[in-house]
Design a protein around this ligand. Sequence first.
Ligand code: ZN
Length: 279
Amino acid sequence: MKLGNLGGRAQLIVNDLAFDVERASAGRFGPTLTAIYDRFDEFVRAVPTFALGEAQPFSVVDLGSPVPAPRQVFAVGLNYHGHAAEAGVPVPAVPAVFTKFQSSLGTPFAPVPRVGETLDWEVEIVVVLAREAVRVSEADAWSYVAGLAVGQDYSERTMQFAAGGQFSLGKSYQGLGPIGPWLTTLDELSEPDRLHLECWVGEDQVQNAWSDDMVFSIPALISQLSHITPLWAGDVIFSGTPAGVGITAQPSRFLQVGEVVRSSIEGLGTIENLVVAPE
Ligand code: ZN
């Protein structure tokens, strides 16, 4: 199942059509995605009983974020062997976790503001939690996942490395966290542990990797985080970026106004952001 957001209302996405969840469920679920994450298991069980009714055609550029208001947003640095190698640093012994503040998250086709001279791209699998996770085992961790989406962890590198390291600030300018195009539940993915991630800047393919290159797998991240802090329904984990970011290119390359960044993950879809001058 794919769950999207049109005008703040949760939608079941079937091919190119959207079905409003609140209407299809006769008012039992929705209207927002946030409300659905709070009762996600119940929602999944109820979907087969929905009367889908009238479909609404839509354009992907009108989609909102499939996780419009997570309570917690975790992000993980240096979580692909290829990315750690290009950065010239050893893989960490524990996940290198920071946050992107909720206000930085954006819609899948929103423009991204060029907030500095060193704005960089990072395509990532975004994990959304289905229910509270406290000290869960790695073996059980997938059962706590509502689904996955494509994310971009846009990063202003100068701020990221200022004052000994300001990862959360450098990645939390408004608009630096688009997620989408929708949430894809795990039953749609034959190998959720091995997804193909790609990112283009204009015509140049800059990232092209598989998620089995992760240092800490998605279940490992959920297990380790949940032993430190409870994870809540609807929480988000940006699970790290593979090799191919701009700062480690030879020479370094950063985003310029007018460039288009296209981020695509096998089975999850594509998001696209035009780089614009900040307001
Ligand atoms: Zn990242």
